[in-house]
Write a new protein. Structure first.
Length: 343
């Protein structure tokens, strides 16, 4: 039923009341003076009522009928159905509230679709990443059982390969479990006040020793007050930083590899820049590198491409610290990842 038909009775009531008064005056007024004035009053009331009805119908009831139609369309799943803002010039708050609701529902639906697509991709990626080492393990085990590994050294080589493949699977599963905890905020963070310079000095010292063993030049610059403190979970921040550095190492392709680590501060934040001179990231891939399971390596070579979880973990950890992370890169030149942590 239209909204206008529901309010029609109110209009009829407005018309009927003065009409009853007019009938009363005609039956009981003998002098005629009161009857004349009452007739004029009733006529004015009726004219005003008609004008008001026309205005209410065009400016209020018609838009409400359109709003009712729109809500039905929304309920049927048509989240692209839009109202004309000009129809709601007298009741703009209804239009604004409806649009906010429609946009929010559409965003929620799109997010649900993205989550469903991500879940499908998750199953596909995990299936592939687990199937590849499992297939290799089965092949080597069959080789041992069939006597292909004819010498103790060859048997040992097969067993070492099996061991490495199982480690790869264990690492993947650990990353998946860790990501699920971080993404769903089931991870218990141990926030504490940390002296920023002391923390990064110790971290850079360990990182220098690690990179030195693989012949990567490491440069560390810190420009932070000695007494500057920040609330953070040391272990989670270390894990995020390690993921960034391991990514830089993984995609390093220069004869003289370099990684630069810089820490600075502003009045309200700590800024961390980690840059390298590796192979860089293609422009089409750059906006997606922090998405879970995204890998620019289309061959899906897990030896090089990784699980696609590392940088998504970085993003989640930093966001859970109410910070932000961005990346800039030029193919063939290198990549820089910037992190901002609020003081």
């Amino acid at each position: 039923m239209k909204i206008g038909s529901g309010l029609f009775s109110i209009f009829c009531l407005i018309i009927i009341i003065p009409s009853i008064l007019l009938i009363y005056s005609m039956n009981y007024d003998t002098t005629g003076n009161i009857g004349i004035w009452l007739t004029i009053l009733v006529t004015i009331i009726d004219i005003v009522a008609v004008v008001m009805w026309v205005w209410i119908y065009k400016r209020i009831l018609v838009p409400l009928d359109k709003l009712q139609t729109a809500t039905k369309r929304i309920a049927d799943g048509d989240l692209d159905y839009q109202l004309d803002e000009k129809d709601f010039s007298e009741i703009p708050f209804l239009y604004n509230d409806f649009e906010r609701m429609r946009i929010k529902l559409k965003e929620d639906e799109e997010e649900k679709k993205r989550s469903e697509d991500a879940a499908k991709e998750l199953v596909s990626n995990i299936s592939h990443d687990l199937k590849t080492p499992l297939t290799a393990i089965r092949g080597y085990v069959e080789g041992i059982l069939d006597g292909v590994a004819s010498s103790p050294q060859k048997t040992r080589d097969y067993l070492n390969t099996i061991y490495n493949k199982t480690n790869d699977m264990t690492s993947l599963i650990d990353e998946l479990l860790y990501y699920s905890q971080v993404a769903e905020k089931h991870m218990s963070y141990k926030y504490e006040k940390i002296y920023v310079k002391e923390f990064f000095d110790e971290y850079a010292k360990d990182l220098y020793l690690e990179l030195e063993t693989i012949k990567i030049k490491f440069e560390y610059i810190v420009n932070v007050g000695r007494h500057t403190v920040i609330d953070m979970d040391k272990e989670q921040i270390k894990r995020a930083l390690n993921n960034i550095v391991s990514n830089a190492v993984k995609y390093m392709d220069k004869e003289e590899p370099e990684i630069h680590f810089r820490v600075t501060e502003t009045s309200d934040a700590i800024n961390i820049q980690i840059s390298d001179n590796g192979r860089g990231i293609d422009e089409k891939d750059l906006p997606h590198i922090f998405e879970r399971f995204y890998r620019s390596d289309v061959s899906r070579n897990t030896k090089l491409g990784g699980s696609g979880i590392g940088l998504s973990i970085v993003k989640k950890v930093i966001e859970n610290h109410e910070g932000s992370v961005v990346a800039m890169s030029k193919p063939g030149v290198g990549t820089e990842v910037g992190i901002e942590l609020k003081k």
